[in-house]
Unconditional design. Structure first.
Length: 144
């Protein structure tokens, strides 16, 4: 994935966060109450929405930083980390959004798989920082 695409997807993800966050603060409580949900259920869904927006925004910002970092072009692991952040956010936050807005999630494991995918993104980023792509010579041995 080209760094420009990482920045583009991160920006769109951030845009979605701001939109859903604004909806969660302003119109969502009234919509949920109008749907007949109890105050406890409304608060639970607002909490789920807030968590989804926070996690999506954190990972959009992390991917944006990677997309703007010149080293990302030479480190496949950092590009992979960005991809894992995007996929993890889509699964984790998307699963929570579907529970909040549609009262359905599909399969129960979508949210935890998304969380694990985001964690794998962070691990991939950490490994890429310790073992940069140019640390191997053409023979495949570690450079001294």
């Amino acid at each position: 994935m080209d760094s420009r695409w990482i920045v583009f997807v991160a920006a769109i993800s951030g845009l979605i966060c701001v939109g859903i966050g604004a909806m969660g603060s302003h119109s969502l409580p009234k919509r949920l109450q109008a749907a007949g949900l109890s105050e406890l259920d409304v608060q639970k869904k607002l909490g789920q929405c807030e968590i989804a927006v926070k996690y999506q925004m954190f990972h959009a910002l992390a991917a944006l930083c990677l997309g703007l970092c010149p080293a990302t072009a030479t480190r496949r692991s950092w590009t992979l980390a960005s991809f894992l952040f995007f996929v993890g956010s889509a699964l984790f936050s998307g699963g929570l959004y579907s529970m909040v807005f549609f009262n359905a999630m599909g399969h129960w494991s979508i949210v935890p798989i998304g969380g694990a995918t985001m964690m794998l993104g962070w691990l991939t980023l950490a490994i890429g920082a310790i073992f940069p792509a140019n640390s191997r010579t053409t023979t495949g041995k570690l450079a001294s």
